[in-house]
Write a protein of this length. Structure first.
Length: 323
């Protein structure tokens, strides 16, 4: 992954997502002219946001548990089910589910921090992030627990809030910050330099690296269209709306077809075709075809999942309105 430059793009996916979530969430507060701290923690608001995350996840988690019971690859107990659910289920990226739930709870704090102390907001959140990282080290927090905590994404969320509140455009300071982040990413990933005050894992996802994804987001906001103007932008808009469901499908897909479940249950049916796919189309490398297959499968099923849940939600809403 290092040879492809992953620390500069794919490994920044979650920081970019957290940054955008902070940006969009703050714009929502500003549109509603939210001035009271309690307004951000209204039960109806939190319920709506948690439901949007947990409803599709819970459905997919049930499917995963059924598969585990059917294959018998591990002992399923109530304790295991509860622990797995709390920690995000099964599959690559499962840690993101508890992370985004923590983001929902922490965002109001960042928002009021930004509007009441705009001058020192970035520097204070940056320092708090570094201190929190050091506390994780001194407290001997294990890696499995650290990966589930919002600590390493705190400054990414703060940058999203700051971007919305300040309406900042790209200037020399941000370019310098981006260059510093690039140097940091190179240092920790390619030169194996470890900073003593930062947790020794996920080097590309700590506060010093987040000015680089900030620039990525700002360039996107400046140059990507705000409304669909052609078929391509319309498709991208649809994929964006279904992004959460696509992520969940992707997580379950690679867990099922790339892990223990596939080897015991699905592998005999699917993997011989995938591994020998280049024999069907000899002019195209098998890896390329497999990548295209994975993309099409995850995007398609994710969009279908999104559409189905939307239809069910609208139907239930209409029934509730009639009653």
């Amino acid at each position: 992954m290092l040879i492809t430059g992953a620390p500069f793009h794919i490994w920044q996916a979650v920081p970019v997502f957290i940054l955008i979530a902070g940006f969009v969430g703050t714009l929502s507060y500003m549109r509603q002219d939210t001035t009271g701290f309690r307004q951000c923690y209204r039960k109806s608001l939190l319920f709506r946001r948690f439901k949007r995350i947990l409803a599709p996840f819970t459905l997919l988690f049930i499917v995963q548990i059924v598969l585990l019971c059917f294959t018998g690859i591990k002992e399923i107990t109530l304790q295991n089910i509860v622990f797995s659910y709390i920690t995000g289920g099964y599959g690559p990226g499962s840690y993101f589910i508890p992370i985004i739930l923590q983001h929902i709870l922490i965002l109001p704090i960042l928002y009021f921090w930004a509007i009441r102390n705009p001058k020192y907001f970035l520097i204070t959140t940056f320092l708090v992030s570094l201190v929190s990282e050091y506390l994780m080290i001194t407290a001997l927090v294990p890696e499995w627990a650290y990966r589930l905590l919002y600590v390493r994404y705190l400054f990414a969320g703060a940058l999203g809030v700051w971007l919305a509140v300040s309406k900042q455009t790209i200037d020399k300071r941000l370019v310098i910050g981006g260059l510093i982040s690039l140097i940091y990413i190179v240092a920790v990933n390619y030169l194996n330099i470890q900073f003593w005050f930062l947790y020794p894992a996920w080097g590309s996802q700590h506060a010093p690296s987040y000015f680089w994804p900030l620039l990525i987001v700002m360039i996107g906001l400046m140059h990507l269209p705000s409304a669909s103007k052609n078929v391509v932008s319309a498709v991208l808009e649809q994929l964006g709306q279904a992004s959460w469901h696509i992520f969940l499908v992707q997580m379950a897909f690679f867990w099922a077809f790339g892990g223990a479940v596939s080897s015991l249950f699905l592998g005999e049916l699917c993997w011989p075709v995938a591994l020998n796919i280049s024999t069907v189309y000899p002019m195209v490398p098998g890896f390329t075809l497999l990548t295209c297959f994975n993309l099409v499968a995850c995007l398609s099923f994710g969009c279908i999942f999104f559409k189905c849940e939307k239809m069910i939600t609208q139907r239930n809403f209409k029934k509730g309105a009639r009653s």
